[in-house]
Design a protein around this ligand. Structure first.
Ligand SMILES: [Zn+2]
Length: 109
């Protein structure tokens, strides 16, 4: 029985962009998974996914908050994780210095 080794993650070579022939090589010092591309013969460590929202989405959320939506409404509409969105909106509002009312008013959960 012959089975082609399957890569369990969506790994693409950052150099040639291929998904096939990517070999898992163990971890580097900081614990990230290393890979080897059999096509272009290069080693690489995939960039970990950022748990960030696209800038347009963030701007939209800020806009919604400033136009009177509650944090819960924003989360619901944009599908945010409330802890994440709370942290960066807090930062954004502090940065913008333009909140007309305390942030606490936005959060009723
Ligand atoms: Zn490659």
């Amino acid at each position: 029985m012959s089975r082609v080794a399957k890569i369990d993650e969506n790994i693409y070579c950052p150099i040639c962009g291929k998904h096939e022939h990517q070999v898992k090589l163990g971890k580097n010092k900081s614990g990230s998974q290393k890979y080897y591309c059999n096509d272009c013969k290069r080693y690489y460590t995939p960039v970990p996914k950022q748990h960030e929202y696209p800038e347009e989405t963030r701007e939209l959320a800020i806009e919604m908050l400033f136009s009177g939506s509650s944090g819960r409404q924003v989360n619901h509409t944009l599908g945010f994780n409330k802890a994440n969105v709370y942290n960066w909106i807090k930062n954004e509002i502090i940065n913008q210095q333009s909140a007309e009312k305390p942030l606490e008013d936005f959060w009723d959960f």
